[in-house]
Design a protein around this ligand. Structure first.
Ligand code: SF4
Ligand code: SF4
Length: 353
């Protein structure tokens, strides 16, 4: 028998959901959603599960990751129950459930603790820089080393266990006994969705610009990461790498400015109900692009040594990004969505076998 959590809706409100209880179960949203299918029907089912407090069913569901927040469902909802917002909130809640440290949940629920965490990281970077007498060479070298260590640690200590938990909740606990072969045959789904977000095009057929913008941002971000970590952008003399880094950081800056202005204007469905985690994500990404661009510019103008403050700001933003936003914030959606669609494909293969 399904276990019911009568407090589930109340708990979910801490993750940002509004008045989904206005829903009277008409099904317009599911009929409208271009990503909902007979085999994988949403968002109405998710609203019903939430209303009934079927927490375990939601925890094992991958449907929230199948939604790309186009907002069509909410446009057609006669009760203004905002099913798109509920789907987004469920993604935050699921992220908190996957995270073995529990920190994602704490930070999603408390803006105060998020600010405290950001300040602690900033203070840590500042005191480290002071102990190194704000020496340019030391800071550049440490920043580079930190990036490499942070990527490896976050991946091994946070992401691998969390993805295993996601797999356990959605596949093992659901009783799906998928053969090993299906994990390999479904791998293309993982990489295609991760790097192209192909489904987002189907979600927002009339607005391919959003998809394209997101695609460019993902590539600019990943390639800037590669350029700074593996090609040592701040230390290289190669003109090609220098220009490449400028282009990547400039693209990140321009696109995130557009995202921030969209959130201020609330001009699209996905901008209507911004939570602190949404703001943090876009603002810190913007700051990453801007400060990285400026550090390299100051190096090229030979003025970094007398203006080490810009590198200090960049290091603070980088450390906050790598230690808070990437492992416990909205960045994880990029990863969980790709794996969510991958696991959903494995489940579907098993069910159709
Ligand atoms: S969320 Fe709105 S459209 Fe969907 S079932 Fe409820 S009332 Fe109908
Ligand atoms: S926001 Fe778009 S993809 Fe998500 S449930 Fe609504 S219509 Fe479907």
């Amino acid at each position: 028998m399904a276990k019911v959590n009568p407090e589930f809706a109340t708990e979910l409100m801490k993750y940002g959901v509004g008045d989904f209880k206005a829903c009277f179960n008409c099904g317009n949203c599911t009929a409208t959603c271009s990503l909902s299918t007979n085999d994988s029907s949403f968002p109405r089912e998710m609203i019903r599960f939430t209303t009934l407090g079927l927490e375990n069913e939601i925890k094992s569901s991958l449907k929230p990751w199948e939604c790309y927040y186009c907002g069509e469902c909410s446009n057609e909802c006669p009760r203004q129950a905002n099913p798109d917002e509920l789907m987004m909130t469920l993604r935050r809640w699921l992220t908190a459930k996957y995270d073995w440290t529990g920190l994602s949940g704490v930070l999603y629920r408390s803006l105060t603790l998020t600010i405290v965490a950001l300040l602690l990281v900033a203070a840590g970077v500042f005191f480290f820089a002071r102990s190194a007498d704000f020496d340019t060479e030391t800071l550049l070298h440490t920043g580079h080393l930190f990036e490499m260590l942070a990527i490896a640690t976050v991946f091994l200590v946070i992401f691998v266990p969390n993805l295993l938990r996601m797999w356990y909740f959605s596949i093992v606990k659901s009783g799906v006994k998928a053969p090993l072969k299906s994990y390999f045959t479904a791998l293309s789904e993982l990489f295609v969705q991760m790097f192209t977000q192909k489904r987002a095009k189907d979600c927002d057929e009339e607005d391919n610009f959003r998809w394209l913008e997101h695609l460019v941002l993902v590539f600019a971000y990943l390639s800037l990461l590669f350029t700074t970590v593996f090609l040592n952008w701040f230390g290289t003399e190669s003109l090609f790498i220098i220009v490449l880094g400028y282009v990547e950081s400039f693209l990140i800056f321009v696109i995130t400015i557009h995202f921030v202005s969209g959130r201020i204007k609330r001009n699209k469905a996905l901008n209507k109900f911004s939570q602190p985690s949404d703001w943090l994500f876009v603002i810190w990404l913007l700051l990453m692009g801007l400060t990285a661009f400026m550090v390299r510019l100051f190096i090229d103008l030979n003025i970094l040594e007398n203006n080490i403050w810009i590198h200090l700001i960049h290091l603070i933003v980088l450390a906050q990004w790598a230690l808070i936003i990437v492992p416990f914030g909205k960045w994880t959606h990029f990863l969980y969505r790709s794996f969510g669609l991958y696991f959903a494909r494995i489940k579907a293969k098993k069910q159709s076998a």
